[in-house]
Write a protein that binds this ligand. Structure first.
Ligand SMILES: *Cc1c(COP(=O)(O)O)cnc(C)c1O
Length: 415
């Protein structure tokens, strides 16, 4: 099964009312309120966000759906694209978790040091760059988390260091350096970059490490996406219910972003939402962590896989143990996808809709195309009663990144 595109169905999926929920879901409201408090600050530092809300469009992609059907796929219901590829500040889903964690840390420092009190206009913090420049932020990244922490951290005034794995694209390193961020490059993979970054940061009491493998704050920042999505669905006149179920496909690396979004969606829709992660064939770390029950005790190399993929955002060999645990009762399954298909769908989306997203983000289309054709996922549809409701289902491909890709590289990818 590991040598080709496939699906793993989670045998531990549990009715939501009986599922184990290790993170208090009220903390999602808390995170949403914190982002609300920071709106004046975000608006001033990043005027492109308008009022300081970092949110992406939810788009109907009828032409893409027709092209996929024309290719011989079976796709029922309505197909939507959640365009985190076009989120302001970081151009990827990382603008959710990453920016949230930077702001949470900023609020803590600012409150402790009397720079603000809750209820103040946080744009006051724009005048505190000197204060924040004494503090360091560090993060390990395959690229996009580094962009998010680097760009938002530099905007607050922090001294930021990003520890980049070998998969990170050159343009991401250059963009960070142009923001005054220190970039340290490693010959090893992402797990090693995180380890080194964590060790560097732990040595320095003025340094804060954003821990992609373990951070509950990142997770909560991602989870807020679900509430925003709910509002967007309602605006489009869509009410999710047992008769109108929601199916969501999330590209997955270490697990934090899809995990947080999944947690938030389950908290709102319970059993009426079905969530599938999608990972590269060569790097299905969360699939392996969950299927073996060993979480971060396994890596893809243990199974003879290389971990090498064009989908740099998903090139993670060892999953987050935290996420494997939290997802145990909640996700429906995990699809795997080849690089070849990612590049094919990238071009197809561009040709049919004029929308560019990066290779990692195209992983979502694997779920869209194969849910109703792979044997194991068809069994899942029958077992859950979804098979009879597919005509009224809403399917969302979560496009996780792309708008910061330089024009030249984009041209090469779409040609
Ligand atoms: C990081 C990333 C993901 C996956 O997020 P994880 O938290 O690593 O699972 C998916 N797509 C893109 C474009 C990303 O940058």
């Amino acid at each position: 099964m590991l040598d080709r595109e496939s699906v793993w169905i989670n045998p531990k999926l549990t009715p939501y009312s009986q599922a184990s929920l290790p993170v208090d879901t009220r903390l999602i409201d808390d995170a949403e309120k914190r982002l609300e408090r920071f709106k004046p600050f975000i608006a001033e530092r990043f005027p492109e966000t308008g009022d300081g809300t970092i949110e992406s469009p939810l788009s109907v992609i009828g032409n893409m759906a027709r092209a996929l059907l024309h290719d011989g796929n079976k796709i029922s219901g309505r197909l939507l694209l959640k365009m985190d590829s076009h989120l302001e500040i970081a151009g990827s889903v990382k603008a959710r978790g990453g920016v949230y964690e930077v702001l949470k840390h900023t609020e803590e420092l600012a409150l402790e040091n009397g720079l603000i009190s809750i209820g103040d206009d946080y744009s006051k913090l724009c005048a505190c760059r000197d204060f924040f420049s004494r503090y360091k932020l560090q993060v390990g990244s395959t690229g996009n988390l580094g962009l998010s922490i680097g760009i938002s951290g530099a905007a607050v005034g922090y001294d930021v260091t990003v520890h980049m794995s070998r998969d990170a694209k050159q343009w991401k390193k250059e963009l960070l350096r142009s923001h005054g961020v220190r970039v340290i490059e490693y010959e090893n993979d992402y797990t090693e970059a995180v380890k080194q970054g964590r060790a560097e940061s732990d040595k320095d009491p003025m340094s804060y490490f954003v821990d992609d493998e373990k951070s509950v704050d990142l997770f909560l920042g991602y989870a807020v996406a679900a509430k925003r999505l709910d509002a967007q669905l309602r605006q489009q006149g869509i009410e999710i219910s047992a008769e109108c179920p929601l199916i969501v496909y999330l590209p997955c690396g270490v697990g934090g972003a899809p995990g947080g979004i999944a947690y938030g969606l389950k908290a709102i829709y319970g059993d009426n939402v079905h969530i599938f992660f999608v990972e590269p064939v060569e790097s299905p770390c969360v699939l392996l962590g969950m299927a073996t029950g060993r979480g971060d005790g396994v890596c893809v190399q243990d199974f003879g896989l290389t971990g090498v993929t064009e989908a740099d955002g998903l090139a993670v060999g060892r999953p987050s143990g935290f996420i494997c645990g939290v997802m145990e009762n909640l996700i429906s399954g995990v699809f795997t996808v080849s690089d070849e298909n990612l590049l094919k769908w990238l071009k197809l989306l561009y040709d049919t809709e004029g929308i560019f997203i990066e290779p990692s983000a195209c992983a979502a289309f694997a779920g869209v195309c194969w849910l109703e054709s792979f044997g194991l996922s068809k069994d899942y549809l029958k077992a859950t009663g979804l098979a009879d409701k597919m005509q009224s289902a809403v399917q969302i491909a979560w496009a996780t990144g792309g708008s910061l890709v330089p024009a030249e590289i984009m041209r090469q990818l779409v040609s």
